[in-house]
Design a protein around this ligand. Structure first.
Ligand code: NDP
Length: 261
């Protein structure tokens, strides 16, 4: 069977809001078996009412990750598709972000994605099929002042996805990378406010405010008309990645891509 067989389970990380929540709602509406997960499972009430199974899953916690994967495997043999979506943006000048904050950023955006992939792959290899859908970013290809740390994690997601795609394709497992542009979610509000939260008196104070203003205007201004999108656009692309007979290796999600389709 193909991954859109009703019995195949889709496991999604970071479903408390934004893209993860939209993807879970979209897939369950289209008849898929969806495991919506979040580190605070009480945030998943609405998705549960919509028919999603819900599980606690923190991508920085080994026990929580392996328990979630084991729970899906106990019911379905293997995870049919893993959507590595959980992530956040740590902004600030490279000089001013602490190594602890940088470690936390990589822990979630990179190590969490890698560890989840490692945990689902043995089951997928045994099943002879499966899909790993990684939520990267257009910020995995370009960067700007104040974005170095977050973008480094998304550049890493590009490299890991491209390498893993070739490693696992012989086992019937496909790796698909999705690169959203500017998507209006909690992420956008955090990205436009966190820069100005840095110490204005510090050496990059002027700069950080300028970046915050720029972020604000790109999420709300004319650039968003080309690079923007909403969580439902990404959700529709995730569904394509999970269900298409021959999914593309990567999909960009922007308003202009939508126009092109
Ligand atoms: P949201 O902030 O709305 O959602 C992020 C999700 O990640 C939340 O559910 C959050 O949960 C979860 N999360 C954070 N840390 C962890 C963790 N340790 N374990 C499990 N879940 C965690 O933002 P988006 O929906 O926009 O972000 C989803 C993905 O899309 C991210 O990978 C982001 O980098 C990417 N992206 C977003 C873009 C945008 O413009 N919005 C553009 C390009 C990529 P909690 O509520 O518990 O914090």
């Amino acid at each position: 069977g193909s991954p859109d067989d009703a019995g195949d389970a889709v496991l999604i990380t970071g479903c408390s809001s934004g893209i993860g929540a939209a993807a879970a709602a979209d897939l369950v509406r289209h008849g898929h078996t969806v495991y919506a997960t979040a580190r605070k499972p009480e945030t998943l009430q609405e998705l549960a009412e919509a028919g999603c199974r819900t599980l606690a899953l923190d991508v920085t916690d080994e026990a929580s990750m392996s328990a979630a994967v084991a729970a899906v495997e106990a019911e379905h043999g293997a995870v049919g598709a893993l959507v590595n979506n959980a992530g956040y943006s740590q902004s600030g000048a490279v000089e001013s972000v602490s190594l602890d904050d940088i470690r936390r950023q990589f822990e979630t955006n990179v190590f969490g994605l890698v560890r989840m992939s490692q945990l689902v792959l043995p089951g997928m290899r045994k099943a002879g099929r499966g899909r790993i859908v990684n939520i990267g970013s257009m910020g995995g290809k370009l960067t700007f002042p104040g974005g170095g740390i977050y973008h480094a994690t998304k550049y890493a997601v590009e490299a890991i996805s491209d390498a893993m795609r070739f490693e696992v394709q012989g086992f019937g497992v496909q790796v698909i990378l999705i690169e959203p542009g500017l998507i209006t979610t909690e992420f956008a509000s955090a990205a436009t406010s966190s820069m100005s939260g840095l110490d204005d008196g510090g050496p990059y104070g002027h700069f950080n405010n300028a970046v915050a203003d720029t972020m604000d205007s790109i999420y709300r201004g004319p650039v968003a008309k080309v690079l923007g999108g909403d969580p439902d656009d990404v959700a529709a692309t995730i569904r394509k990645a999970v269900t298409a007979d021959k999914p593309r290796p990567r999909y960009t999600v922007t308003a202009s891509a939508k126009l092109a389709i």
